[in-house]
Design a protein around this ligand. Sequence first.
Ligand code: SIN
Length: 314
Amino acid sequence: MLVAGSTFAAPITIKFSHVVAENTPKGQAANKFKDLVAERLAGKVVVEVFPNSQLFGDNKVLEAMLLGDVQIGAPSLSKFSRYTKKLQIYDLPFLFKDMNAVDTFQQSADGQELLKSLEKKGLVGLGYLHNGMKQLSASKLLKVPADANGLKFRIMSSEVLEAQFHAVNANPLKKPFSEVFTLLQTRAIDGQENTWSNIYSKKFFEVQPYITESNHGVLDYMVVTSKEFWYGLPEDIRAEVKTALDEAILYGNQVAAQKGAEDRQKIIDSKRSEVITLDDAERAQWVQAMKPVWKQFEKEIGKELIDAAYASNK
Ligand code: SIN
């Protein structure tokens, strides 16, 4: 059966592909979206969720979306650099002091405008979804930037993150999320940066003896779809799907706030990894080493945008 006014056969299938575990903010938000759609659009729309890079990994999901092989994804904001340079703002080290500042900026006119930065490439930003602040895990205790000298860190596919690790004389390696555990376990790399929920759910803490609570950057997501799919949906269905997605994002954001604290504690309780805190002087050294990265990317991102984001810390 064709849905009135469209070329879609009913029910319309929305494949939601992501790379993290189900017991994470993104995993929970995706499942919530599936449940809400099942409740409200039964017989009209079906959401299928593919976690853990089951369907597409980091490097393929956006391409697959443009080809119509997947309809919704929520890659980390660090993984869009092939499509726009503007989102690099979210990778600048020590730009946001906490998730409240991130949220304030994302909800501002500037933050909302960034959701449109992919439109020329055929993608539509449907909203931001939180994970949390990033921590540094390593096979070696990291207190000051000099401790990172010469170490190999896995990074997401971002030039800003590359520059951030070069700034402390470390060696960054761009690798997909699905490979991180094995790279750490086999000591092919020395460390990585991630949120508490990713470090916990993917068991990085079991193969990394130290985690420095650096809160040096943010790992958040943009929920995206393709223009072709989104504007091809009948208007009433698109509106219902968007409402369900907005509610799922709100739910995921609550999970993010809760899980950040809970998973940090579970890691401490496991005694597999020591959580290292920084005093003000140590933290100031990391800020001093990494902050020059802002200047390096100022032209591509825009100074005014960086200033606006920084102002959200007030
Ligand atoms: C994710 O949270 O989606 C993955 C983050 C990463 O690649 O480190």
